[in-house]
Design a protein around this ligand. Structure first.
Ligand code: MSP
Length: 502
């Protein structure tokens, strides 16, 4: 197992307010970061998120509000930062591509590639192509059938200009070999196969990495051309290394987090898999930096049939959902309702169903009935461990092993949050069923003092183990359970999840 864990989210475009899709990746990364901190120690985990602030999209959005791009990004970035605080996101750093630390780094990287490559890695050429401005992507006539962008279906523009290119084609075979040799490099499997077939069936086009300044000046100036800025994706991908390291005077990258003994994981949506699984490893390789260990592409949250996205105008607000149903309910819903990697339908009805069934009925009920019994039978003092019957011993051992089971599920690069939560709920439900079968109120009536004590103590142990495992997913809930069931005494309070009546 690696000694250090470095996890990232995509850096989000600040052309509009954050929506549920953005919060999904960030919550997933937060859960993994919290989970890994528990096993590796806080000092060995680094969690990076941030914002992508250059490019045409941002420039247009700023123009629409009659603001300078810088004023505009400074305004919108606050919404992202505030949302992450509200959602309990424990990122260690937040990088903005307009920060000096990033700009200087990108220019250095370009300089290294330009100078070391001596025209073999970066070269100048005339470019004629069909360009989709919202996606910032050039397409071939075959790809842009009917003059429409194959991704967003909006019209493409014909463009002819002098640009700088990155000879990605030179690294195609290296990348194919790397993917073949490393089954966990691109996950899930279906995405890995998708990238492999793309790479094995098509010659890779060299990547255009500049934009002429006369067309777009909101970008990082190329160190070797006054007339160009860096293509926004080239600028953006570099955030993953600019935030955690620097080049030394010989051009070697040095980082505390991007090392041989660290596990480097990028979580991204499937919409941006190709940028991450094809161009990014090649950029790193050309810079003499090893590829990340895993790039995981999750699915989309859909509204009806369509991907939720600002451009389609069908977005739900994470702030509103968290205010309405609670931050932890929202986190729980996103990670539980749909297997990580697949698409899912977003609906408030589905949140309410999860809330009432899993949170109010199962978890909330187990905690509240345990607290009530401790109050009623023991005046609020947590009873001592006692001798359990066979069923009780089985539940105790399931609870004891729970963390190991959850760690085993999350330890595989498929990050199956749903199955991990299911495992936790299996134990919660075992305990609830045991209460119903044992009928502790009868034990009390029959004066079975020792049995009752052992029984209630078991429930406390189950809740403690559940609490540890739940913490990465629902940190505030776990903390409040810890506050309610202390080492020796309880502090009952209100039910954690009062049912929502429809
Ligand atoms: N700025 C680029 C990423 C650069 S990373 C070096 C970008 N930004 S974005 O604001 O469009 O955010 C894209 C990411 O947001 C997706 O990859 C995904 O993580 C998340 N989502 C955006 N919409 C989504 C859904 N409808 N559903 C799930 N997640 C999606 O692309």
């Amino acid at each position: 197992m690696a000694k250090k864990f470095y996890i990232t989210t995509p850096i989000y475009y600040v052309n509009a307010s954050p929506h549920i899709g953005h919060s999904y990746t960030t919550i997933a990364a937060d859960t993994l970061a919290r989970h890994m901190r528990a096993s590796l120690g806080d000092e060995n985990v680094w969690f990076l998120t941030g914002t992508d602030e250059h490019g045409q999209k941002i420039k247009r959005a700023a123009d629409d509000q009659s603001l300078s791009p810088q004023e505009f990004v400074d305004k919108v970035v606050v919404q992202f930062k505030d949302l992450w605080v509200k959602l309990g996101i424990s990122n260690n750093d937040f990088i903005r591509t307009t920060e000096d630390r990033h700009i200087v780094f990108v220019q250095k990287a370009l300089e290294i590639l330009y100078n070391d490559g001596k025209g073999d890695i970066i070269y100048k050429d005339n470019y004629e192509g069909l360009y989709c401005t919202p996606c910032e992507t050039f397409w071939t006539p075959m790809q842009a059938e009917g003059q429409l962008c194959p991704d967003c279906k909006r019209p493409v523009e014909k463009i002819s200009e002098v640009n700088y290119f990155f000879r990605t084609s030179k690294y195609q075979q290296w990348l194919i070999d790397h993917i073949r040799k490393n089954p966990f490099f691109i996950r899930p499997e279906v995405r890995r196969n998708e990238v492999l077939s793309f790479l094995t069936l098509n010659p890779l086009n060299d990547l255009c990495i500049s934009r002429p300044r006369e067309r777009l000046n909101w970008g990082i100036p190329l160190p070797f051309s006054q007339d160009h800025v860096a293509y926004v994706w080239f600028d953006a991908l570099i955030n993953y290394i600019s935030a955690v390291g620097a080049f030394d005077e010989k051009g070697n990258y040095r980082s505390a987090w991007w090392q041989d003994d660290s596990q480097v994981v990028h979580l991204v949506g499937k919409d941006i898999l190709r940028h991450h699984a094809v161009y990014w490893p090649i950029m790193l390789h050309a810079l003499g930096i090893r590829p990340p260990d895993t790039i995981f592409a999750h699915g989309w949250w859909l509204m009806g049939e369509n991907k939720m996205s600002k451009s389609r105008g069908n977005v739900a607000s994470p702030l509103e959902m968290a205010d309405k149903y609670g931050v932890d309910t929202y986190r729980y819903f996103l990670l539980r309702d749909v297997p990580f990697g697949l698409d899912g339908n977003f609906s408030e009805d589905a949140i309410i169903r999860r809330f009432n069934a899993d949170l109010a009925n199962d978890l909330g009920n187990l905690v509240f009935r345990t607290l009530t019994m401790i109050e009623k039978y023991y005046g609020g003092v947590v009873p001592e461990q006692g001798t359990l019957d066979e069923k009780g011993r089985y539940i105790a051992s399931e609870a004891k092993d729970l963390h190991e089971h959850v760690a085993a599920i999350l330890g595989v690069a498929d990050f199956d949050f749903g199955s991990a939560l299911e495992k936790i709920w299996e134990v919660i439900n075992l305990a609830n069923k045991y209460v119903e079968e044992t009928k502790p109120w009868n034990l009390a009536k029959e004066n079975k003092v020792k049995e009752l004590e052992a029984f209630i103590r078991l429930l406390v142990e189950v809740i403690r183990q559940v609490d540890i495992c739940l913490y990465p997913f629902m940190p505030r809930t776990a903390e409040s359970i810890r506050g309610q069931i202390g080492e020796k005494m309880i502090s009952k309070g209100n039910p954690l999840f009062p049912r929502i009546n429809l």
